[in-house]
Write a protein that binds this ligand. Sequence first.
Ligand code: SF4
Ligand code: SF4
Length: 404
Amino acid sequence: MTPQRKLGPFRQSVQWITTLVLLLIPFVTVGGESLLRLDAPSRTLLFFGAAIRIEELYLFLLATLILVFIFLFVTMVFGRIWCGWLCPQTTLSDLAGFILKKTASLLPGKLFPLVVAHLLFALLAFLVGANLIWYFIPPAEFFERLLNGNLGLVAGITFWSTAAFVYLDLAFVRRLFCSTLCPYGRIQLMAMDRNTLTLAFNPARTSDCIRCGACVRTCPTGIDIRDGLQVECINCGRCLDACRAIMQKQGKTGLIHYSFGITEQGGGRPLNSKSLTLGALVLVLCSLLAAGVALRKEASLKVRRADMIQVKHLADGSLVNFFTITIENRSRKPAVYDLVIDGSSKAGLELLGPVTGLHLAANDNRRIDLLVKASSLPPKQAMIQLQLMQGERIVAAEPLSILD
Ligand code: SF4
Ligand code: SF4
């Protein structure tokens, strides 16, 4: 009989790859900007080449909805695969176990290996804390600010508290978190159905089990898979590998396996109406997000009547009204703008204030106070259109009432 493949090495490769991706993404740039980073000072999400400002809330909302529906879809189809194969907590727990084992086997005495292990835990905790901050502050700037002691209050508290929590987790909590604290595991159980991929002991082959206990001994959460689906099971597949190795010696296949539910119990159909509807919803939302990002304006213009200042009627029969204008350059290049009144309505009207040659850096915004002067009373048109020009191009426009 050909030996059944072990899943352990494959699972470890997946863990390594996802960990490296998470660590390296902050170092990747597109056009000089981070590939993925939330820039708090400019309230902008740098997202794969697009700079999405927090004001563009509909895009944030779409992205959040996509994440929620992806979570529901993946959980409904693949169950708790996330926990055993992708979750950073599992990867950290595996690393902590590996460090403890290696230091104990390679170093002399009892205390020395433990001290070295805890130093390595501290180093790992520092790296995890820093990795989190890199999604808000670019790595080079982070290290410079850390060395100069000016990381800032929020970033400093977030970094040091994350590092402290991760150290305590590595040193004392590890797997206990999955079986006792993690809310995600409980939520996952609610999203699963009879077609969901689960790891189970095959009840039809109970008589083949030689009760060697290898599956229980290898289980990181200390459960017995033969007792059925349990909240503590993180679907890591270690019991599957252990049982395959034992059964191999008996000339049989393993008794534990992944399956999309049991066909006799109405399962076995991962692609059913529910999962297909969820998948289609994710695709529609992704298309909407892609279209929203592609069609978003490169600049925006907001007009607000100046607070507490009334329309002024001047002795020469003209009137002036006061406005606060906010211009936003949403593009990734610096730009120079002019503010003008729409050609069809500008007769007898004048903009007073800094309205030409407005320089804005990429992804920057600027507030301007200006006056609109109407030389005749009543003006020919109370409603006019204010336009933001970049050269000859209108890049944004807003209506404005002269009399209000
Ligand atoms: S029962 Fe198996 S899959 Fe579940 S946690 Fe234990 S070893 Fe991992
Ligand atoms: S490893 Fe397999 S044979 Fe051994 S106790 Fe577990 S299920 Fe039974």
